[in-house]
Design a protein. Structure first.
Length: 421
């Protein structure tokens, strides 16, 4: 257990994690850190390659200004260490003896080649948990294949389902495969940690990036294929309702409105029709007028022709309204629509700020605070803490190597001169 002081009574207080992860697994260790673990980010001398990922603070490319790095490494301490060197391996083994968890993203067999694999580490630390994140898993015919977030999204299936049906598949924005991997790796690590607390035994957690990318779509898409030989097509901004396809996104005066307006029936459909008629908007298609005579906009027996005509009417009407005007009025009338908010809108959202979704962290080297989002869950007790900004390169070398490992200043100097730390 770690002697590192973590504020508050957090779930992983006293747990030490050695973080060797690259961009595939940084989020895993971040989640553990903000649940209270003392996470030590171990980078190669000179800094991790992930520090080169943009965008950068004030658009100035620099290994200490990567916004990507800042977000995925909050609440961690940081040291540098060359694991390829003999002395570096010895230092890592000394660190590992006191560790509860090791998170690593090396190729299958690489940790074993270095003499730092799970079997070797568990000889001196029976309870250690090693979470190994690899592109396609530690076993299987593709275990030696490389990956990127793009490759994972393609081989995991999500890309086939994203985009317009008459165009090529597209990827999600951001590093979505790696984000999903980090979440699933953290869950697996926590389960192993709970088991260790019950039994005293550690284990190795094998995480495949491809499987993590496949998991969100596999929940329903794979079942439909297995049971019905049905492949979900790409719908783009549309929605499939029975045998018809409807728009989900409609342009307004200053943005987009999201909702299944063209297939809405019952009270919501009637409320929309009454509202538009009261506004003096009479450009109804024959189909909509017929529905009004029946007392509601119908959903039973809808044809694609009816839906297409309704959508033509909506595309002519909605640009008369701002997003806020239409959505505020519609929701009061219990019409199911929402605004498609921008990132700027999210950053300025009063509800998110009031609920503590954002936290301001000091960046002493910049002389200012930076606002960060928290991991999105709350509990009756405040068990989750974003405690510090991401570490600078080697920021805690002296604190850990001198204060915790017990090296002398002469030894530390020699290791620096040799390029080992």
């Amino acid at each position: 257990m770690s002697d590192h002081d973590v504020k508050g009574d957090t779930p992983l207080r006293g747990c030490r994690v050695l973080d060797l992860a690259d961009e595939k697994g940084c989020l895993c260790a971040k989640i553990l850190a903000e649940l209270g673990a003392d996470v030590i980010k171990i980078e190669k001398p000179g800094g991790d390659d992930a520090r080169k990922i943009g965008p950068f603070y004030q658009d100035a490319p620099h290994p200490e200004r990567s916004l990507w790095w800042w977000f995925f490494n909050t609440s961690k301490r940081g040291i540098t260490l060359d694991l390829q060197s003999k002395d570096g391996k010895v230092l890592f083994q000394r660190l590992a003896k006191r560790a509860d968890v090791i998170v690593e993203c090396m190729n299958p067999g690489e940790m074993e080649r270095l003499g730092l694999g799970y079997d070797e580490m568990s000889k001196t630390n029976k309870g250690v948990i090693m979470t190994s994140i690899t592109p396609f898993g530690a076993t299987g015919p593709h275990k030696d294949y490389k990956t990127s977030d793009l490759v994972a999204l393609a081989t995991g299936g999500p890309m086939f389902q994203v985009g317009d049906p008459d165009r090529r598949p597209v990827r999600y924005g951001g590093s979505q495969a790696y984000v999903q991997t980090g979440v699933q790796a953290a869950i697996g690590t926590l389960i192993a940690f709970y088991y260790r607390e019950l039994t005293g035994e550690g284990q190795q957690v094998d995480v495949s990036v491809q499987e993590c990318a496949a998991f969100p779509v596999g929940a329903d898409a794979l079942m439909f294929w297995q049971l019905e030989n049905f492949i979900f097509p790409r719908y783009g901004s549309k929605f499939m309702f029975g045998n018809v396809i409807s728009e989900l996104s409609y342009p307004a005066k200053d943005g987009f409105i999201i909702g299944t307006l063209s297939i809405m029936g019952g009270g919501g459909g009637q409320a929309l029709a009454d509202w538009m008629k009261k506004e003096g908007i009479t450009e109804y298609t024959a189909n909509v007028e017929e529905d009004l005579k029946l007392g509601a906009l119908r959903t039973q027996g809808l044809t694609q022709e009816v839906v297409d005509k309704r959508e033509e009417w909506l595309r002519n009407v909605l640009p008369r309204y701002s997003v806020a005007e239409f959505c505020n009025q519609a929701q009061k009338k219990r019409i199911e629509v929402v605004p498609a908010v921008t990132i700027k809108d999210i950053a300025e959202d009063d509800s998110l700020r009031e609920r503590g979704f954002y936290v301001d962290l000091e960046h002493p080297e910049l002389g200012r605070k930076i606002t960060y989002p928290r991991i999105p869950f709350k509990s009756s007790e405040d068990l989750y803490e974003v405690s510090r900004r991401a570490p600078l390169i080697g920021e805690h070398n002296e604190e850990i190597y001198l204060g915790e490992i017990g090296l002398t200043e002469e030894e530390l100097f020699r290791l620096k001169e040799a390029g080992i730390i």
